[in-house]
Design a protein around this ligand. Structure first.
Ligand SMILES: NC(=O)c1ccc[n+]([C@@H]2O[C@H](COP(=O)([O-])OP(=O)(O)OC[C@H]3O[C@@H](n4cnc5c(N)ncnc54)[C@H](OP(=O)(O)O)[C@@H]3O)[C@@H](O)[C@H]2O)c1
Length: 331
């Protein structure tokens, strides 16, 4: 019988509720604890998702000997310190994206995890979705031919009550770390590390990037154009274009989908490639992978490695440097 992996949630907010809901769909996984800055918040969460342990501090959750792995879902600026806290108590960690504020922090987190022999992975859920895996396969099979370009955008205009973390520089607000990261991630997955990066942004009143435009250039001649916005509802689509065909991921390319659009020719050549999509929000795929890794005694995911997360944050660092997006953690 495979052993049941016992989960704790650190920072019960919006996304942790979706994650907790999907965790019910994962075999050999049990949510047993929640850790919050306040007992009120932990209790409110436990009313929706009953757990055995309610902790009124992150430290207490990290110390709970019953917990195997902690899902960190706090604002961006806290991922680094929360991860180090969990690792210091020998807890495996699945930490929300962005893994940390910059590559220096990611380096320290992954080094500590390796030294201690503890599992650590970034919660980049898209990587584990069936439609994403199929797209990567199609590209590798050469279905679009030689890759020439990608066009990716992700944007929405937040409506009140607007979460503070979106625009607050102290919480790591701004589009590039919050949603632009998906544009960068899918482009790196398909085209690899860019040879040249160009970037520019429009600042919000708080100084964080309200919009960010990024251009990747490759020595192969391929180019990628990425755009993220907190001021318009964009199509949030991804186009992967080769000299033989085009793959198009429509409406919220980063979420699970039931099909992939494939164009071997012009627009009228459209084919719909069906993809299996389970019930749920889609967080069960990454959670299932973590359970599998822990049951196999792995310290690092073979699917989303520390190197993958490091490359992603290094590109984000570079984009921020070029576009002039700075946080206190950069000092
Ligand atoms: N994978 C995805 O699809 C996805 C989607 C949305 C968000 N995310 C990521 O998940 C993380 C959390 O996002 P969210 O939308 O769930 O945020 P949220 O609703 O604001 O929840 C974050 C939680 O962190 C805790 N927290 C600790 N310090 C805080 C502070 N100074 N201000 C606000 N909250 C603080 C709070 O819980 P307590 O007070 O109870 O401790 C809060 O409920 C972010 O990294 C975000 O990028 C991922």
């Amino acid at each position: 019988m495979p052993r049941t992996i016992r989960w704790g949630i650190l920072g019960p907010g919006r996304i942790s509720r979706k994650f907790a809901s999907d965790l019910k769909l994962v075999e050999n996984a049990e949510l047993i604890a929640v850790g919050s800055r306040s007992l009120e918040s932990a209790s409110a969460f436990a009313e929706e998702f009953p757990v055995r342990f309610l902790h009124d501090s992150y430290e207490a959750l990290a110390q709970n000997p019953e917990v195997d792995v902690i899902y960190i879902s706090t604002p961006h600026n806290l991922h680094y310190e929360n991860t180090l806290l969990c690792l210091s108590h020998q807890k495996a960690v699945l930490c929300e994206k962005p893994f940390a504020m910059n590559s220096r922090q990611v380096k320290e987190m992954t080094t500590v995890a390796k030294q201690k022999g503890i599992f650590l992975m970034e919660a980049l859920w898209t990587k584990f979705m069936p439609h994403y895996e199929r797209v990567i396969e199609m590209v590798r099979e050469g279905q679009v031919g030689r890759l020439r370009s990608m066009l990716v955008n992700f944007g929405f205009a937040p409506t009140p009550p607007i979460p503070a973390r979106l625009f607050d520089p102290a919480l790591g607000g701004g589009t590039i770390l919050d949603i632009g990261i998906y544009n960068v991630f899918i482009t790196l997955s398909v085209l690899g590390m860019p040879d040249i990066i160009e970037a520019s942004m429009t600042p919000a009143e708080t100084g964080v990037d309200e919009q960010c435009a990024v251009l990747f250039r490759y020595n192969s001649g391929a180019m990628a154009q990425l755009f993220s916005s907190f001021s318009s509802n964009l199509s949030t689509e991804a186009d992967i274009n080769g000299d033989k065909g085009r793959i198009r991921l429509t409406t919220r390319f980063y979420e699970p989908s039931t099909n992939i659009e494939f164009y071997p020719g012009r627009v009228e050549s459209r084919q719909l490639i069906p993809v299996h999509k389970e019930a749920g929000f889609g967080y069960q795929y990454e959670a299932r992978h973590v359970v599998d890794c822990l049951q196999r005694g792995l310290f690092e995911s073979p699917v989303l490695s520390h190197k993958d997360s490091m490359e992603l944050i290094q590109v984000l660092d570079k984009i921020r440097e070029i576009a002039g997006i700075r946080y206190k953690s950069d000092e």
